[in-house]
Design a protein around this ligand. Structure first.
Ligand code: SF4
Length: 354
């Protein structure tokens, strides 16, 4: 008899995996996954979820550790047990540690294919990072590195921590209540999962203004009433500073907030004086009129939020580009307000680690 069960996709690293309805055939084999409308995450699955059956049933699936027999590159492996694999790894780690000290070991960890809830469960208490560090730090080496170096570290850790004192995961954009959503340097329709895009599309259909700042005319830029602002790649930071220039020039800043809750506001005001709309236009390729309009839209919206990512991050000045947008949002009075860029409350966070 065919069956359905609620489960988690877990193919990629999205914590804690997208909720999915798993459809089984008459023989109890998984047929397919479909979105689970009851799950907090999983109202829409990404195309990768379609490969769930291959990951489980593929003939090429590696089901146990494999040890290389011959020279590298010959693809000559033999199966070994998990105990044997652990013995080999631990012996080698101990030998290297004894000979050269623990720092001689570095782990490169990618996002891989796993169910992230396990990783969260083993995150060291009090640490803000996980993955290989859960093994490596107690071992005595700080040398964990990985794909995070070019991707996510600027947006997720460095820029928010030094600008807002908070990690990216401890902040959110209140899209469902936004009057204006700025999609900046990212294409949420291709995200895994594209849940954010569905929320933006719903907001657009309900009348929110969508502005897309991106060299590409993405799916978000084609939503009803959406305004596309093509920008020269790598110049987003200049645009953000130019928008702050206009807010300061026209007295549109949230001065009470800036005076009481920030450091360096006086210096910042001096710094952005040089980022006139004309100069920023020459840098970004966006007309001064559009730059003026953008600044006013952000300042006057009753709740403006943003969705930004790699377009700002994957440049020579990724951290500063992202910081410039965060500062712009704070100055415009769109920080921690309904429909704006908000902080999660400590009591609403689920502590998974031990
Ligand atoms: S983003 Fe896609 S692959 Fe990742 S858990 Fe969700 S549905 Fe699965």
């Amino acid at each position: 008899m065919k069956k359905e069960r609620h489960g988690i996709c877990g193919i990629c690293f999205h914590s804690p995996g997208c909720g999915a309805v798993i459809h089984f055939d008459n023989k109890g084999k998984i047929e397919r996954l479909s979105p689970d409308p009851e799950a907090p995450m999983g109202k829409v699955l990404c195309p990768m979820a379609e490969s769930a059956t291959q990951i489980i049933y593929s003939e090429s699936r590696i089901k146990q550790p494999m040890k290389r027999k011959g020279p590298k590159g010959k693809l000559d492996f033999e199966p070994i047990t998990w105990d044997e694999a652990y013995d080999i790894i631990v012996k080698k780690l101990k030998k290297l540690k004894a000979a050269h000290g623990p720092e001689t070991i570095g782990f490169y960890a990618g996002t891989g294919t796993y169910e992230r809830a396990f990783k969260d469960a083993f995150q060291l208490k009090g640490s803000e990072i996980y993955l290989a560090s859960s093994i490596l730090f107690p071992f005595g080496s700080p040398n964990t590195f990985g794909v995070g170096a070019p991707c996510y570290t600027s947006l997720g850790v460095l820029a928010p921590k030094v600008t807002m004192g908070s990690l990216h995961i401890d902040m959110f954009s209140d899209l469902d209540n936004s009057d204006l959503i700025v999609v900046w340097g990212t294409d949420p329709s291709t995200s895994t999962p594209p849940e954010m895009f569905h929320r933006i599309a719903r907001a657009a259909n309900e009348g929110a203004q969508i502005i897309v700042i991106d060299p590409r005319r993405t799916a978000s830029a084609k939503l009803p009433g959406s305004m596309w602002v093509p920008i020269r790649p790598g110049t987003d930071g200049a645009l953000a500073l130019g928008l702050s220039h206009i807010l300061v020039r026209d007295g549109l800043t949230d001065d009470e907030f800036a005076e009481n809750w920030t450091l360096g506001y006086k210096e910042f005001k001096e710094y952005v004086k040089g980022f006139t709309p004309e100069k920023v236009s020459r840098i970004t390729g966006i007309s001064p009129e559009i730059i003026e309009k953008l600044a006013k839209e952000i300042a006057h919206a009753e709740g403006a939020s943003y969705v930004m990512y790699t377009g700002l991050e994957y440049t020579k000045s990724g951290v500063q580009n992202i910081r410039a947008v965060m500062v712009l949002w704070a100055l415009a009075g769109q920080l921690d307000v309904e429909g704006g860029r908000c902080f999660t409350r400590q009591e609403n966070r689920i502590e998974l680690n031990r």
